[in-house]
Design a protein around this ligand. Structure first.
Ligand code: FE
Ligand code: CA
Length: 518
């Protein structure tokens, strides 16, 4: 029976990733598999998109799935009839579900593309759980998740991975296999989970096709595009191994969009946000209202780490392209909007955790071609909103945030950089660091890698690597270590022919800003 076989396969992969995992019993305790929605039409196995969890709190974590027997259908309904289905869920202490701690039933409705977001409460802090779903006699794959440690609790270590940019056509998701093998406690995703556009690369740089190979501008097509991504077994495994904390960048809606993009894009924002919510394990507080979504939020990991997950896309007040150096320095320009900026600065006033990670989308550190900022590189980044960057950097310095680290995606290369208030004064003190993860698959647009001369003008930039991969971070009360992981060839399908390795590691000592090569 297909359901059982697939469940065992995913469980096997999960067990391999979990050190000291329990051996599965020969028969998993049966979960009565009768029809759950008598009035609705029968369906085929709807668990084609796997399961996911996310946004862990000390007493809660979001559990996600979406019913979609035919996820590629261009109508966006995933092959589901126009009916409401009851979906049962279970949360257990063990992956054999011998000790179920909570269970319930949720309605999967067509208006939400039959996606299900469960937000159980009253869980124990800082521990692992397993979850699964059932509907119409079909049982989902099993996911592993965890709650955050209690607020202020002493935490000795946190290992998480972060990634971004996974164009479907441009490669295989070996990076997600690497993440699964790392067995992290958390996964962060910094955006470009989907791309609204087909790849512009030549056929030699594409490995697989889109179900609907056209620009995505309608809710139906955003749903189908998200659904296609979620069919990837490596991506499903990465979601099943740990809770994710996700934010979007531009391509979940359209290339380089911002708050000043033409009003016509309101419909696209509305559709893109809705499909994003339906496919991500995020809380109902992030349920969109038309063309508006509350994406920025804070999460904490005991006394060790805080994550300030940011939205640098929705509140920009200026067009990023066609800028000159003067407008980029206009202090009235904002990449965060003033409400988000105030929210962040307020959080900086308290220091409950050793590490403050600013999880966000676009390059933060200045990149400076000629050492005088007269070339004004990369306006679609914090370079184009220097007033914002100045206020936030000064904000954490003035408020004595102990160890700020900016996490970034977007640029399809690994980068590591130290942060200064004044990038053009190379003697200005270092006040933080930035870790930029390369893409899972998306290729670079062909700009040349930095030269020795470029590095000389940018002494705060330590590293750049134009390969696919992700970043693994291990934080302790004493130090933060960032491993920049590379995938030897994302165009090669056979895992046996692909090397996933740590290219370089950098360490920041707590209380001593600045990257040191490990
Ligand atoms: Fe990207
Ligand atoms: Ca992007």
């Amino acid at each position: 029976m297909a359901t059982v076989n697939r469940r065992r396969v995913l469980l096997g992969g999960l067990a391999a990733a979990v050190s000291g995992a329990v051996t599965l019993p020969s028969s998993i305790p049966s979960w009565a598999s009768a029809r759950t929605t008598a009035a609705a039409p029968a369906i085929r196995d709807p668990f084609q998109l796997g399961v996911a969890s996310g946004d862990p709190l000390p007493d809660s974590v979001v559990l996600w799935t979406r019913l979609a027997p035919a996820p590629l259908n261009p109508d966006g309904f995933g092959g589901m009839p126009d009916a409401t289905y009851n979906v049962e869920w279970e949360l257990a202490n063990d992956q054999a579900f011998g000790s179920v701690v909570q269970h319930g039933t949720a309605a999967a409705v067509r208006a939400q593309a039959h996606s299900v977001h469960i937000e159980p409460v009253g869980l124990e802090p800082g521990r692992e759980y397993f979850y699964r779903f059932k509907t119409e006699g079909f049982i989902s794959p099993v996911g592993r998740t965890r709650t955050a440690p209690a607020a202020g609790a002493a935490v000795n270590q946190l290992k998480y991975c972060f990634a971004s940019c996974q164009h479907w056509e441009e490669g295989w998701y070996h990076a997600h296999r690497g993440i699964v093998a790392d067995n992290p406690e958390l996964v962060l995703f910094m955006g470009d989970y989907i791309y609204e556009k087909p790849s512009g690369r030549g056929p030699e740089l594409k490995v697989r096709g889109l179900a609907v190979p056209e620009d995505t501008a309608t809710l139906a097509l955003y749903r189908a595009r998200h659904g296609q991504h979620k069919t990837d077994a490596d991506l499903q495994a990465a979601h099943a191994v740990a809770p994710w904390i996700t934010v979007f960048d531009d391509h979940e809606v359209m290339n380089n969009w911002n708050a000043t993009t033409a009003p016509a894009s309101t419909a696209r924002k509305t559709a893109g946000f809705q499909a994003f919510y339906e496919h991500m394990p995020i809380r109902s507080t992030a349920k969109p209202s038309g063309a508006s979504i509350q994406l920025y939020r804070q999460l904490a990991w005991g006394n060790l780490a805080r994550f300030h997950m940011m939205d640098t896309r929705q509140y920009r007040n200026a067009q990023a392209t066609g800028d000159n150096c003067t407008t980029m320095r206009d202090p009235k320009r904002t990449i965060t909007g003033s409400a988000q900026e105030q929210w962040l600065l307020k959080a900086f006033e308290t220091h409950p955790c050793t590490w403050d990670f600013l999880g966000q989308q676009v390059f933060f550190a200045q990149r400076d071609g000629d050492g005088k900022s007269s070339t004004c590189e990369s306006p679609d980044s914090w370079n184009g909103y220097q007033g914002s960057r100045d206020r936030i950097t000064k904000g954490w310095v003035d408020r004595k945030v102990p160890n700020p680290i900016v996490l970034t995606g977007d640029v399809h290369r690994h980068w590591a950089a130290d942060l200064r208030q004044d990038y053009f004064d190379h003697s200005d003190p270092i006040v933080g660091s930035e870790l930029v993860s390369t893409s899972v698959t998306s290729t670079s647009a062909g700009s040349a890698p930095p030269t020795a001369g470029w590095y000389a003008n940018n002494p705060h930039v330590k590293y750049c690597k134009g390969e696919r991969g992700y970043v693994r971070v291990t934080a302790t009360p004493q130090q933060m270590k960032a491993d920049f992981v590379t995938v030897s060839n994302a165009l090669e399908r056979d895992p046996a022919k692909v090397v996933i390795k740590t290219d370089v590691s950098y360490v920041v000592q707590a209380g001593k800003p600045g990257l040191q090569k490990a």
